[in-house]
Design a protein around this ligand. Structure first.
Ligand SMILES: [Mg+2]
Length: 169
């Protein structure tokens, strides 16, 4: 893929070329980032999504999530695929840098078009298809949302579930 064809919601680390090849997908909230302190924004009749997402810059990292990202072999692209909205790109990139999270690519929900609204699983399915179309072979994916795990498995991706406790079973 040429740099001009990189989707606007894909943020590569400086110096990383979008060359394709083996890739591991990691979710952010509930896997690397501990969002427990802001779950209350989503409880009750009024769900304050903007409050929920903008508080993400205060998340502590999970040591296990940092270790997971660091453990992935260097010949794999590490892509963080999160349903955080586009307006959290700057804060999320700063957070990833401050916590030294090993990654090559960050993908958030776009501000418009397909994936900008609706179920997180549908957004992630769309980004999975775009990654594959760009020449990436998705070797594994990790998420804390069972609906997303089911989506990955339906797409033939080896998917690992981790329990954050954010979702009702
Ligand atoms: Mg999550």
């Amino acid at each position: 893929m040429t740099s001009g064809s990189v989707p606007a919601n894909w943020h590569f680390q400086p110096g990383v070329q979008p060359d394709g090849g083996p890739l591991v997908l990691l979710d952010l909230d509930g896997v690397i980032s501990n969002a427990t302190h802001r779950q209350y924004y989503l409880r009750g009749a009024f769900k304050d999504f903007r409050g929920f997402f903008t508080a993400a810059t205060d998340d502590p990292p999970y040591a296990t999530g940092l270790a997971l990202a660091a453990s992935i072999s260097e010949d794999h692209t590490v892509a963080i695929l999160t349903a955080r909205p586009y307006y959290m790109a700057g804060g999320t990139r700063d957070w990833l840098a401050a916590n030294r999270v090993r990654h090559d690519l960050l993908i958030l929900r776009p501000g418009r078009g397909k994936g900008s609204r609706g179920m997180a699983a549908d957004f992630k399915r769309h980004e999975l298809s775009r990654l594959r179309a760009a020449g990436y072979e998705v070797a594994a994916a990790v998420d804390d949302d069972e609906r997303i795990i089911e989506m990955y498995r339906s797409e033939g991706v080896f998917a690992l579930y981790t329990h954050s406790g954010y979702y009702d079973r």
